[in-house]
Design a protein. Structure first.
Length: 63
């Protein structure tokens, strides 16, 4: 999948890219046609981003 981001600036760049990707996904969805699967897909993306941010936070606290 790619090398793990070790440096705080690399980690923040990773987070920014993930947020942009999430925004692109949500922006393409039609609010009048979204279904539970779409909702769950967005929710999963947000949860995965939160997990990654918590991991990065621990890295930053250890430095």
């Amino acid at each position: 999948m790619g090398k793990a981001a070790q440096h705080p600036s690399d980690q923040f760049h990773y987070i920014k890219n993930r947020i942009k990707m999430l925004n692109q996904v949500v922006s393409t969805m039609d609010a009048d046609e979204v279904d539970m699967d779409d909702f769950n897909r967005v929710l999963d993306m947000i949860q995965q981003l939160q997990i990654k941010m918590e991991r990065f936070k621990k890295d930053w606290e250890q430095e």
